[in-house]
Design a protein around this ligand. Structure first.
Ligand SMILES: *[C@@H]1O[C@H](CO)[C@@H](O)[C@H](O)[C@H]1NC(C)=O
Ligand SMILES: *[C@@H]1O[C@H](CO)[C@@H](O)[C@H](O)[C@H]1NC(C)=O
Length: 421
């Protein structure tokens, strides 16, 4: 495999990265220059614009409301609710659905395609009450009761904190507003945080069913060359050591590193989206172009380090502080705790859809997850495998409606008919 044969190159790369970080003076403020790198719009000055509703939803004739949700650890998130579609009324007993994006993305994920191809709008037009969340640190969710994104402490979190604080806050908010149990749709990291929550018995009382696109739990088989090299060269750890607490994929320092990684043997970054997500079959290039205005979005370097640790150890594990004493201080044990996917309640209706070309949600890793779910109630677990799909097809695929979204709608309708337990 290209990856194995490149381990020499990896050592050289390691040294090079360390030197480069030193040279880059990470604490220096980079100007807000805009320019093209790999088609990404470089934007060091991410700030909220008109909001997600105004930018991508109301322009299509849908009604959309902006909410603020404050988590127990102080992050102020923006949450959108699409209240009315172009067809289908506003009847009061529409069932709420929460759409939770993945890492390095935000809520725009669900509304980037034209309305007839975007899951957000399709669900509304099918009579659902659609809620969209935006995780901490992304374009529309960069406020905190005390901290500023310029502070390192603002970025001191991993996806485990989304399990602890963020999802419960958003779900509680929707539950309070609608007084109904909620259907959940997650993509990528959005599936990981749901699975981890369910495995600890969290949210079960407020979630009616969950559709998981590109399910992520185990990560040890990812095939993305860029991700593998980054994970195995401890790139994230180096970023942290040198003070890059925010991982903004559109900032200059990060783009410089991506360029460097792309120079490694076996990595072809001609098309960066493919290098990261796999060979997507069904994207419309003009939509992809447009989506680069909105994605990718920042996350914390610490979160990426946690994910890289999972790539290396093959377990669904909390962040490893690297020192026994620090793990003990945080967790009361020497090793970071693991989430046990077998503990997901067996009667929770789950729909899993995964793709044969996905470089992040690898087929083997999904099989491992399914192995953990082998005792799940047979009528409550629906699994869909799409041979030609890669990671981005589930979000942006021109045929995702026919192949995936209609299945989700049927699944939600059927699980509403099931007796709740
Ligand atoms: C691709 O997107 C453009 C712009 O939205 C649209 O005009 C075109 O019809 C789309 N093609 C397909 C195959 O959906
Ligand atoms: C996970 O939980 C299952 C049953 O709930 C148990 O049999 C299994 O040993 C656990 N796995 C780990 C690694 O703790």
């Amino acid at each position: 495999m290209a990856l194995r044969s490149s381990s020499f190159a990896l050592c050289a790369l390691n040294l090079f990265i360390s030197l480069l970080i030193l040279l880059l003076e990470p604490n220096r403020v980079f100007g807000s220059s805009r320019g093209e790198h790999f088609g990404f719009i470089v934007d060091d000055n991410i700030g909220a614009d008109a909001g997600l509703c105004a930018s991508l939803v109301t322009v299509h004739g849908y009604k959309c409301q902006e909410f603020e949700v404050t988590t127990d650890d102080g992050y102020i998130l923006s949450v959108q609710r699409i209240t009315e579609g172009r067809v289908g009324g506003t009847d009061s007993n529409r069932q709420p659905v929460l759409l939770q994006h993945g890492v390095l993305a935000d809520g725009a994920t669900w509304v980037l395609n034209p309305p007839e191809q975007s899951l957000g709008m399709i669900l509304v037009d099918n009579g659902f009450d659609v809620w969209i969340s935006n995780s901490r640190g992304t374009r529309y969710s960069r406020r905190h009761v005390k901290l500023d994104p310029k502070d390192r402490n603002y970025w001191d979190w991993t996806w485990g904190d989304l399990v602890m604080y963020e999802l419960p806050a958003v779900i509680d908010h929707i539950f309070t507003q609608t007084k109904q149990k909620i259907h959940y749709v997650g993509h990528s990291q959005g599936t990981l945080i749901a699975l981890a929550s369910f495995s600890e018995g969290r949210l079960i009382d407020k979630v009616k069913s969950a559709a998981l696109l590109c399910p992520i739990a185990y990560l040890s088989h990812i095939t993305t060359p860029l991700g593998n090299i980054a994970a195995r060269s401890l790139l994230g750890e180096k970023f942290m050591t040198f003070g890059l607490a925010e991982f903004n994929p559109r900032s200059k320092p990060v783009l410089e590193f991506v360029k460097l990684l792309c120079a490694a043997p076996g990595v072809d970054c001609y098309d960066l989206l493919t290098a990261i997500t796999g060979k997507n079959c069904c994207l419309n290039s003009s939509t992809v172009q447009m989506s680069l205005e909105y994605e990718p979005q920042p996350t914390s370097t610490k979160n990426l380090v946690n994910l890289a640790q999972m790539v290396r150890i093959g377990k669904v594990s909390k962040y490893d502080y690297g020192k026994k004493s620090e793990n003990v201080a945080h967790y009361g044990q020497a090793k970071p705790p693991e989430y046990n996917m077998s503990n997901i309640p067996r009667n929770l209706p789950l729909f899993l859809s995964y793709g044969g070309q996905d470089a992040l949600s690898d087929v083997q890793d999904v099989q491992n997850l399914l192995e953990d779910l082998k005792f799940h109630d047979i009528d409550k677990l629906h699994v869909q495998f799409i041979k030609d799909y890669a990671h981005a097809d589930f979000i942006l695929g021109v045929n995702a409606r026919d192949i995936v979204y209609n299945e989700i709608i049927t699944f939600f309708r059927n699980s509403s008919l099931l007796k709740s337990v």
